[in-house]
Every structure is written in C-alpha cells, then in structure tokens.
Design a binder for this molecule. Sequence first.
Ligand code: ADP
Ligand code: MG
Length: 381
Amino acid sequence: MIDQAATDFEAVHGARPSGVWAAPGRVNLIGEHTDYNDGFVLPIALPHATRVTARRREDRRIRLYSAQGDGTITDLALDGLAPGVVASWAAYPAGVFWALAEAGHAIGGADLLVDSDVPTGAGLSSSAALECATAAALNDLYELGLSAPEIALLAQRAENAFVGVPCGVMDQMASACCTDGAALFLDTRTLEQRHVPLDLEAAGFRLLVIDTRVKHDLGDGAYASLRAGCERAAELLGLAALRDLPAGGLAAALERLPAELAPLVRHVVTENQRVAETIKHLDGGRIAELGPVLTAGHASLRDDYRVSCPETDLAVEAAVAAGALGARMTGGGFGGSVIALVAAGDVAPVSDAVRAAFRSAGYAEPVLFTAVPSPGARRLA
Ligand code: ADP
Ligand code: MG
C-alpha cells in the first residue's frame, strides 16, 4: 500500500515523496450536536482513513492531487491563500496550509497526493480526515512540533474559516486524537480527554455502520440555523453555553424559552446526560446497556432536534426490530450514517433486515460494515 502510494505520487508529481501520513474517519457513539454547545462527545475512529503522501517544495507553491478528484492538480501559491479563493475539494487541504501560516507557523510549499477509503458526505467525517492527514504531514515535513489536539484545532479553523463550514471540534479531535481499541471521551469546552477502552468484540458485540448513501441538501443551511438557535437559547437563559444548564434546571428553563427553541435545549441537555450514562456503562463493563441509550438518542434527534430523515429513521427502526440492542444516526444528520449495536451472531440478520427494508421503501441500497475503534492521525512511512 505504501509502495503503491509512492509510485502514484511519483507518477503525479515527478519525484519521490518524503513520507506517507494517515488520518481516519469517525463515528460518534453518542453526544450529537453537543460539540458547539461546549458539551460532551464520545467518538471512535474508523479503520477507514485518508492517506496523504507528500514532500516539501522550496518555492512556496502547493500542488494538490486527489485520487478521488477530477484527475487534475490544483496549483496554488501559499502566500496567495485567503478564504474564498479555493472553491473545490482542494479548499480542505489548502485551508490547513492557510491556518498554519496564519497561526505563525513557519511552513513552506508541498506536493500532496490524497487517497482515501472514507466515504465522502456520509457523515463519517471524510473532511476532518483530509484536514488532519494534511496537518500531520505538514507537522512532520516542517518540524512544527504540534500536538494532536493542536492539529485538530488548526484543522477545525481551516474548515470554519477557510472552507466556510461552521462545524464544532468533534470530528477533527476524533481524527487527530483517537486511539486503537478505545472511544474518545471529550469535553469540548476544556478539550480534556479520556480514552475509554472499548473492546466490543471481546464482549461478543459488533458495531454495525449503515451508510444510507443519502445526503439531503437541507442539511447545509439547517446546521447553521440550529447552531444559532442553541446560541440564542443560551443567551436567553443567561448561560455561556447550553452545557451550563444542569439537567435539574431543564424543566424550568424550558418554560422560559420560546416554543421553537425549547426542543433544541431539551435535546442538548439530555444528550449530554446520555454521554455520561454511556461512560458509566462502559466503565462498568455493561456494553449491552448502551443499546437503549443509543435508541433514546436517536428519538431525541428525530423528535426534538429534527435532524433525522426517513432513511436514517428506517435504518434505526429496521435494525432494532431485527434484534439490534440499539441504534442511532451518527453525524450531523439529514442523511448520512446510522450505527447499530448488535450481538456478534446477529450481524447478518440485522444487515439483511435493513437491506430488505430499504428495498421495500424504494431507497438506494445502503452500504454496511462493522467498525472497531482504530488509531488517529499518524505517520505510516
Ligand atoms: P463528511 O465529512 O461527512 O464526509 P463533508 O461534506 O464535511 O462530509 O466533507 C466532504 C467533502 O470533503 C467532499 O465533498 C470533498 O470536497 C472533501 N473530501 C473528503 N475526502 C476527500 C478526498 N479523498 N479527495 C477529495 N476531496 C475530499
Ligand atoms: Mg465533514
């Protein structure tokens, strides 16, 4: 794989690369739409990753090629980068160069070859994988000495300010900081993190990922307006962020809020509680207990936050009806992927049931795979 990456790099850029870096996609076990409310999240990194093969350039040019792109090289001047200048996929890696330079890091140009098996636009965070793999490469090529959380924050800055997507910090923290065999329990306010061991296989379970292969356009504008709604609600309640509303104060707070904001607040507060509950179950080795928490999380996203869609709702319903212990959409919503916790022996019947339900509904065939917690951003060669 690494030899192939070097051969591909040479064919595109006409020189040998200095190294190969990788950063994974992720699924979030629980804690959805909490990261821009200073709340808690619990992602795992996927075995699927984006690889960046790279070498330095001394002329301050950036030459970007993706095996998933249109077959052309995007050639940019490092010193000409500014938000809005790059419109294509290349904005994600270019944004990382820009964020690093803007933060005062002494970087120069580079040739990059990108290749990935993270499905794009499937709620599995291919964008953060691309950003973090790029940042990891530049960190080593220019000996910047950045820590994994620093890489995540720069990658988030690239996506927020350069690409123009107002995402929270979960995806980049998951891609940069996750470890093999553990979920990442992250406080998105303090960035305090704990690696919570998660060996589903040893306990006789599997985590089934169901990529519905739909992405509803509605999602792009809806995300920003949901985020604005949460910020408005916090302001009305006199809080820095919704994370500061304790569960015991929820009922009284809901009475003070306008009807359109109350359900958003209910989701965020109960979702933070579900993260805490999940951690307790994991620490106690009670993996089966996660099932109902996942399903309750989905109901909250569907009924209160209203970010699910018919395809994700059907995947959850069909998986649970066929014996999954619990299931929920993962990622921002309006399509994307669903995770289901299933007993090892039930992977086939649950998968078949989901496929059959999609067929009956006339939906496109979903893509299913099982995921184990995998390592975060790293150098491969
Ligand atoms: P997600 O992060 O859930 O996959 P996003 O919409 O945030 O969805 O990011 C997907 C976008 O990221 C793609 O449309 C593309 O512009 C870019 N991208 C991700 N991976 C690659 C890749 N391997 N090559 C080129 N572009 C990529
Ligand atoms: Mg993304």
